[in-house]
Ligand binder design. Structure first.
Ligand SMILES: Cc1cc2nc3c(=O)[nH]c(=O)nc-3n(C[C@H](O)[C@H](O)[C@H](O)COP(=O)(O)OP(=O)(O)OC[C@H]3O[C@@H](n4cnc5c(N)ncnc54)[C@H](O)[C@@H]3O)c2cc1C
Length: 262
């Protein structure tokens, strides 16, 4: 049986500048099936490339797939999305997802940078009205320049990293006052910071692995393009087949990225 994920051809039909560093791309794609899990993501391949980059499905309805792309200093998709890409034909994979709110969770805390905002927004919208969370849903979002308050309704604290610092999402976690009782913590951002956060949750806070999901979305360090991205797809499928938890699978993914020097 092939382990390759299904892919779909898609055409960029709209491009909208949401903020200085944030671009919305709407793709027309037939046959795509959403998993319904709010942090689901696809692998995007842009014209003329074989390398993929991962983007959260902000929404999918009526054959239109919306991706919100952070435009940072330099990068494969960054450079493409910065220009006029309307009309371009790209490829997207079938979605994968990770968010798994435990049945007994009474609170939900979300932390991330701009790359995590699409998932955070979709998670907030998805759990809206869930009685057992009883308005105990809170998010901290780090943005490069200024808040994008109109992006999603909810209890969100916005922050900007200190001057000269690329990202400081780990500092946001240190300031959290953790609620009592069972709950769920979801976070995504720069990979090295996410590794440190996982250790903090596991060793200092002693949260069970089912109570958090912390994902490395990108790697800092001022490299020119990411060399060969380690594809999480095969690691994900092998982990699921082996009955591993999402947390174990992400640890495998981090280990593979570290081993590859990525
Ligand atoms: C599951 C998942 C979901 C994701 N969802 C989204 C999403 O919805 N929207 C989104 O914008 N991104 C998302 N990302 C992150 C995105 O895949 C990476 O930021 C990706 O590297 C961007 O590709 P690029 O071609 O622009 O830059 P690359 O060519 O990959 O990287 C060039 C260099 O830029 C730097 N860099 C990469 N990303 C950033 C960044 N965000 N900020 C500052 N410097 C950076 C690095 O130093 C890198 O070496 C997601 C990642 C994962 C794993």
């Amino acid at each position: 049986m092939s382990t390759r994920a299904a892919t779909y051809d898609a055409t960029v039909i709209r491009r909208e500048q949401l903020s200085e560093h944030f671009v919305r791309l709407v793709l027309a794609v037939d046959g795509f099936v959403s998993s319904g899990v709010p942090d689901e993501w696809v692998a995007l391949t842009i014209p003329g490339q074989f390398q993929t980059r991962y983007y959260t499905v902000r929404s999918y309805a009526d054959g239109e797939l919306t991706l919100d792309v952070v435009v940072h200093d330099h990068g494969l998709v960054t450079e493409w999305a910065s220009g006029d890409c309307v009309g371009d034909v790209v490829t997207v994979s079938e979605p994968k997802a990770s968010f798994a709110l435990p049945d007994d969770a009474q609170w939900l805390l979300l932390v991330g940078d701009l790359t995590a905002l699409p998932a955070i927004a979709r998670i907030i919208e998805t759990v809206d009205g869930l009685d057992r969370l009883d308005q105990r849903v809170k998010a901290w979002v780090e943005v490069p320049v200024e808040p994008i308050r109109s992006y999603v309704d909810g209890d969100i604290s916005w922050s900007v990293p200190p001057a000269g610092v690329e990202t400081a999402t780990s500092a946001l976690v240190e300031a959290i006052e953790w609620p009592d009782g069972p709950g769920y913590f979801w976070m995504a951002g720069e990979s090295a910071q996410m590794r440190a956060i996982r250790k903090h949750l596991m060793r200092d806070l002693k949260l069970p692995s089912s109570a958090y999901d912390v994902m490395g979305y990108w790697r800092g360090g001022g490299h020119q393009r990411q060399p060969r991205a380690v594809d999480p797809g095969p690691i994900w499928r092998a982990g699921k087949a082996a009955g591993k938890s999402d947390e174990q699978i992400w640890a495998d993914y981090d280990a593979a990225r570290e081993a590859s020097g990525e």
